[in-house]
Design a protein around this ligand. Structure first.
Ligand SMILES: Nc1nc2c(ncn2[C@@H]2O[C@H](COP(=O)(O)OP(=O)(O)OP(=O)(O)O)[C@@H](O)[C@H]2O)c(=O)[nH]1
Ligand SMILES: [Mg+2]
Length: 460
């Protein structure tokens, strides 16, 4: 079966907790803090692999998780990082984020078009800091550590778009499947009725110097661009092939058609679907030249191709006549197009998507729920809450200092919050105190560098 779309749930590994510990030595009665950091959780990474030919591996298993980071220990021992979960996907996989609420594809994540290209789809959580990090001039013995950051998790959609080098395109029964069978080891169904081919077939063609992948797609008809016949769904596959092999039935046997008219109809549909397709490099192949009386049509097609300055070949998939020259020409053209594509820079999807995601995650908003009750929503802010040990006063004071630093207090004041109001974040609630919230000044003494350093570690 040809599986070309699946949805999977991916979850990174949670970060390990930082450790709260103090040095214990025989002759030192009161040692300094020595709690190590938690390890980072593993990421879930998609990697395009030319050995994968379908998304079938994701058909029955939908949940994928990386392992968590280990907790930090005393004596400054840091927890080990979790292992990444590597998911191989076929070259030509397009990845989208799925919106939790609507379950509709939303953000574009990546288009993995080359072997080895990768993208992190669910980041592991950062390990929490051990108490050694929280020492300041006024807080010599911090009796708290940070919990690990929870990992990212989300549903994503994988869609495989064929990555053939060349696609056989044409009217139903033009002989596209017969041609791919001649050119490669592919053995698709061949029959003398339209729409024999229901899903695309791929075949590897070995020519003298180069090998290339050719696709045989279902026949197109007039109106295909607006959804008629089967072709529309597969036109998107053609979008990705660098070369179009336009197959014309030179015998005009299918519904006694005129091959030149057929050619124009298909070209019009391609252009209607996407102007780019009209401009894509192509080769015209007149097929079925073994049939009596096709000579005149072949010459008319040849003249038209010449006029349009498009390479032209006359072949018979049945007898093999003309196939050798045709295959060599396709191989040479594919090679040229590949060389040209290699000159183009490769996008680094992690950077593109990470950037958009980081921006989104760091933002937060204040919602007024009722008089005197406000909710703060935002991934970054919520994570800070999750990383805090709730029954530890010092940890709470540190959390509020972090809030103020990223402007939560200001946003609350702007939204009209007053001292004594209730502030909710995730399931927790705080009492708002202008400037200090519920905690006294002394405990908020965290120097600026602390936060900057921490900020750096988020970029790792
Ligand atoms: N005489 C002759 N018949 C051919 C040739 N190529 C294909 N045919 C016949 O044409 C009919 C259609 O061939 P297919 O290869 O199934 O055509 P297709 O373009 O894949 O058709 P769809 O999948 O329906 O779009 C079959 O009966 C083939 O045997 C050829 O070179 N010569
Ligand atoms: Mg076919």
């Amino acid at each position: 079966m040809f599986i070309d779309q699946v949805r999977i749930h991916v979850k990174g590994g949670d970060g390990g907790a930082g450790c709260m510990s103090f040095r214990r030595e025989a002759h030192v009665p009161k040692g300094g803090p020595d709690g190590g950091d938690g390890g980072r959780g593993g990421n879930v990474v998609l990697v395009a692999d030319q050995g994968e030919s379908s998304l079938i591996a994701y058909r029955f298993k939908h949940h994928f998780k990386a392992t968590r980071g280990q907790h930090g220990k005393g004596s400054r021992l840091h927890g080990a990082a979790g292992e990444d979960c590597i998911l191989k996907v076929p070259v030509g996989t397009v990845v989208h984020e799925i919106d939790d609420a609507t379950m509709e594809p939303t953000g574009f994540i990546a288009d993995l078009t080359r072997h080895g290209q990768r993208v992190v789809v669910a980041e592991g959580g950062i390990g929490g800091w051990g108490n050694i990090h929280f020492v300041t001039s006024t807080r010599r013995a911090p009796a708290f550590a940070q919990l690990g950051e929870p990992a990212e998790e989300r549903w994503i959609e994988l869609e495989m778009k064929l990555m053939a080098d060349a696609a056989l395109v044409g009217m139903p029964s033009a002989g596209k499947s017969s041609l791919i069978a001649r050119m490669s080891a592919a053995r698709p169904k061949i029959a003398d009725y339209p729409f024999t081919t229901l899903v695309p077939n791929l075949g590897m063609v070995r020519s003298d110097d180069y090998s290339f992948v050719v696709a045989d797609v279902p026949g197109l008809i007039e109106g295909a661009a607006e959804g008629k016949g089967l072709g529309h769904e597969f036109l998107r596959h053609i979008e990705r092939t660098s070369l179009i092999l336009h197959v014309v039935d030179a015998s005009g046997s299918y519904e006694q058609r005129d091959p030149l008219e057929d050619y124009e109809i298909i070209e019009r549909e391609l252009a209607l679907y996407a102007q780019e397709l009209a401009e894509r490099p192509r080769i015209i192949v007149a097929n079925k030249i073994d049939v009596e009386g096709t000579q005149e049509n072949v010459e008319r097609l040849r003249a038209m191709a010449q006029e349009k300055d498009i390479p032209f070949f006359a072949v018979s998939a049945l007898t093999g006549e003309g196939m050798g020259g045709f295959i060599r020409a396709v191989a040479a053209r594919v090679h040229e197009l590949r060389e040209a594509a290699a000159q183009e820079a490769e996008p680094v999807y992690d950077q593109i998507w990470e950037h958009a995601k980081a921006k989104r995650d760091r933002s937060f908003k204040v919602i007024k729920l009722s008089k005197g009750v406000f909710q703060v929503v935002g991934k970054h802010v919520e994570r800070m809450v999750i990383q805090t040990e709730w029954d530890n006063e010092e940890a709470l004071a540190y959390l509020q200092a972090r809030f103020n630093r990223i402007g939560v207090e200001k946003a609350l004041l702007d939204a009209g919050a007053r001292s004594g109001d209730e502030i909710r974040i995730l399931g927790r609630s705080f009492e708002f105190q202008n400037s200090t919230w519920d905690y006294d000044d002394e405990q908020l003494d965290v120097d600026g560098e602390d936060y900057l350093e921490e900020d750096d570690s988020w970029e790792e």
